[in-house]
Design a protein around this ligand. Structure first.
Ligand SMILES: Cc1ncc(COP(=O)(O)O)c(C=O)c1O
Length: 387
């Protein structure tokens, strides 16, 4: 089956007693013990009947199976947030005395976990710029885990997961990828050589800016067992209602991301031609330094575009003049969102720290929604005239 067919049909629980078409919300914390049914549904995290929702629940499992089908993963698990998926996966994969090789341009909270929390437990993390990792200018054998974000925030650098995974495999080092910005429609890191993939499913996977949730996928049974154990220990299982909203959102992932890819590409091309715009960061532009890496690692260039206007004042005026995109952090929802990273994701850094990593006050980050392209183009053109 192809992507959209799986998105609609995979993982759904149809109970022959009721003939339901859609997976119900099993809003229950606990399950009968012993289960009197002759054919109880099995909790795939344990291989036995469901017992307690922190360990497993049919609605969560339905989401996990649908996501696994789309990620081309044998095993998948859902978490209460993207950060819960990330911290649970990392804690399952490293121990005291080991080191992680990570990309420098990390999501802020992940950076905090790696720079300030893991060292307290004896795990060291080295942060290497995306370009250096792409050039394979690192000694993989010094590490126990390579942690990547496949498209970085906010400058949309694309990591060469294919080549990095090949080099890591030669040194027997597993690769863990946060593929939130790509979504499983544009990229399946396990097919590119990663051992585990995680997502802030809050973004494209759930897709409607109404839920915080995370997922992880792997083809390794041993890694899956590690994830299950971490989820039990740290307690990061989602609530069944949260899982249901995500299961529902996931059915349209392909339709949404296809439109978001196309809206982002059209806007990136238009911005690239405007004399009001200094630089456009979009891996789908043929003049992007990441175009070739993106073509080897992505099946779509994504719904995120960032760009620099003349100065901070101009960027502020541009944002105020737009009428369609909502000004808010986060990304991946059906509604277009726009922010200045200096005000949101990177506000905790000093101006000097930001400039060192190329994030200027005039930088704007856009998450394309599914609105009509003509409306977005017209809105952007009008707002550009205001700055
Ligand atoms: C790339 C990336 N990874 C992880 C997270 C954390 O996800 P959550 O907010 O669902 O915990 C985010 C959130 O913005 C993100 O952008």
């Amino acid at each position: 089956m192809k992507f959209n067919t799986k998105a609609v049909h995979s993982g759904e629980i149809e109970d022959p007693r009721f003939g339901n078409v859609v997976t119900p919300i099993f809003q229950t914390s606990t399950f009968l013990q012993p289960n009197p049914s002759s054919e109880p549904y099995l909790d795939l995290t344990s291989g036995g009947p469901f017992l307690y929702t922190r360990w497993g629940n049919p609605t969560l499992q339905s989401l996990e199976q649908k996501y696994a089908a789309l990620e081309e993963a044998k095993f998948a698990l859902s978490f209460s947030s993207g950060m819960s998926a990330i911290s649970s996966a990392v804690m399952a994969m490293v121990k005291a005395g080991q080191s992680i090789l990570s990309v420098a341009e990390l999501y802020g909270q992940t950076f905090h976990l790696f720079a300030h929390v893991l060292p307290k437990y004896g795990v060291r993390v080295d942060f290497v710029p995306a370009d250096k990792l792409n050039e394979l200018d690192v000694k993989m054998e010094d590490y126990s885990l390579v942690y990547l974000e496949s498209i970085t925030n906010p400058l949309l650098k694309v990591l060469d997961i294919r080549e990095i995974s090949k080099a890591a495999a030669e040194s027997h080092v597993p690769v863990l990828v946060d593929a939130t910005f790509a979504s499983p429609f544009n990229q399946r890191p396990l097919e590119l050589g990663a051992e585990v993939v995680v997502h802030s499913a809050t973004k494209y996977i759930a897709g409607h800016s109404d839920v915080i949730i995370g997922v992880a996928g792997t083809n390794s049974e041993e890694r899956f067992k590690g994830l299950v154990s971490s989820r039990k220990d740290f307690g990061g299982s989602p609530d069944p209602h949260q899982a249901y909203l995500t299961l529902r959102g996931l059915k349209t992932l392909g339709l949404r991301v296809e439109r978001q890819n196309s809206n982002a590409m059209a806007l990136a091309k238009m911005l690239n031609q405007s004399r009001k715009v200094r630089t456009v960061h979009y891996p789908g532009l043929t003049d992007s330094p990441y175009f070739n890496v993106a073509r080897r690692n992505l099946t779509g260039f994504g719904g995120m575009v960032s760009f620099e206007l003349r100065d901070e004042e101009c960027a502020k005026r541009f944002l105020r003049s737009l009428t369609i995109p909502r000004s808010a952090p986060s990304l991946g929802g059906v509604e277009s969102l726009i922010t200045r990273p200096v005000e949101t994701s990177h506000s905790s850094l000093s101006k000097e720290e930001r400039e060192k990593i190329g994030i200027r006050d005039s930088l704007v980050r856009f998450s394309a929604g599914i609105e009509d392209q003509e409306d977005l183009l017209e809105d952007f053109q009008r707002a550009l005239e205001a700055c």
